[in-house]
Design a protein around this ligand. Structure first.
Ligand code: FNR
Length: 331
């Protein structure tokens, strides 16, 4: 790992309450998918193209994936994350410990709102209005969570609720406070996507797509984009690594909408591999939390800076363009 990321990772582990560290680091079940997300990148190699004679742009197609409860990592919570963007998009979680309006006000880049559709559509609509009024530029509906994932580390620690003083602030005055006040329900369906599209003019993305037929359905239901994701290995511990699921989804979508990916991205090389396999952008989850826990907004900035620098270097070494024919399996 890049030494800056390794330093932030180690510092985060040292400063975090071990229970909160395990909440951030852990996955579901045996944590097979958690490990696979990173391992999948190591199984692939890039065949660079040479002598293309191109100038390399500064595009950095990275966003910050939605993660819950940033105040467990740093007292400034999501405000610190938002301050560190310098142009990068933050997908801010429903389960934010800072209200979405304050996140957007502090942000130095675009903010999108990650939505857990609530079975009570009046609550869902209230969340959508909060996101709109805050100035969010898109909604990202998380589709892979019909029920909470079973995180053995949290169960072993008895971690069920936020410490006193912290709350899922976007839910304030909508439901009773508490960690589990965000409902997850298997009754959420494509019909809810249709209703959301009627409810708001914001572009609607769906996150947590792995099956190509769901990608096809998403396009059919008029989404603005899909995110190939297994929730960082925190939901079903039987699924493929996000990277391994990406090509079939890219083929099914066939360029009709952008396809982003998150899960296991830890370097500029990983970003390049995902883009070469057809991702339009890549989301970063845990490394942002390492930076936040280690050093607040400065730490998050360092994570983004390192990834940007590495990615542009790899892109230059690859001749400035990435395509699927450049990806081969390691023997
Ligand atoms: C998440 N993730 C997540 N996703 C989401 O849609 N809403 C959420 O509130 C959360 N919360 C959350 C908390 C924590 C601690 C983690 C680690 C993850 C999933 C997240 O958006 C993303 O899919 C993964 O984190 C990406 O994998 P990496 O980069 O962490 O490997």
């Amino acid at each position: 790992m890049n030494p800056v990321l390794a330093e932030l990772h180690d510092k985060a582990r040292a400063v975090l309450d071990p229970v909160h560290h395990d909440f951030f680091a852990g996955g579901a079940g045996d944590e097979v998918v958690l490990a696979e997300n990173e391992a999948a990148f190591r199984r692939l190699a890039l065949l660079p193209r040479v002598l293309r004679g191109r100038e390399i742009g500064e595009d950095f197609p990275v966003m910050i994936s939605p993660t819950a409860f940033h105040k467990l990592a740093h007292p400034d919570g999501e405000l610190a994350t938002a301050r560190a963007l310098s142009g990068t998009t933050l997908v801010s979680s429903t389960a934010s410990t800072v209200p979405i309006a304050d996140v957007v006000a502090a942000a130095t880049g675009p903010v999108w709102f990650q939505l857990y559709v609530q079975p009570d559509m009046a609550v869902t609509e209230a969340l959508v209005r909060r996101a709109e009024q805050a100035g969010c530029r898109a909604l990202v509906v998380t589709a892979d969570s019909p029920v909470f994932g079973r995180h053995r580390r949290d169960l072993a620690h008895g971690f069920h609720d936020l410490p006193p003083g912290l709350a899922a602030e976007n839910m304030r005055d909508l439901v009773e406070p508490g960690l589990r006040n965000i409902a997850m329900s298997p009754t959420v369906s494509w019909e809810h996507i249709d209703r959301l599209r009627e409810m708001t003019a914001l572009p609607l993305w769906v996150k947590g797509i792995l099956h190509p037929q769901d990608a096809e359905l998403a396009v059919g239901h008029g989404v603005a984009g899909v995110v190939v994701s297994n929730h960082g290995g925190r939901q079903l511990d039987l699924v493929p690594a996000s990277l391994d699921a990406l090509p079939a989804v890219v083929d099914a979508v066939a360029g009709r909408v952008p396809v982003a990916l998150d899960g296991g991205v830890r370097s500029g090389g990983d970003i390049a591999l995902a883009l070469a396999l057809g991702a339009s952008a890549v989301g970063i989850g845990r490394p942002v939390l390492w930076g936040l826990a280690a050093d607040g907004d400065q730490g998050v900035r360092r994570v983004l800076d390192v990834l940007r620098d590495e990615f542009l270097h790899v892109l230059t070494l690859c001749g400035g363009e990435l395509s699927r024919d450049m990806v081969v399996k390691r023997c």
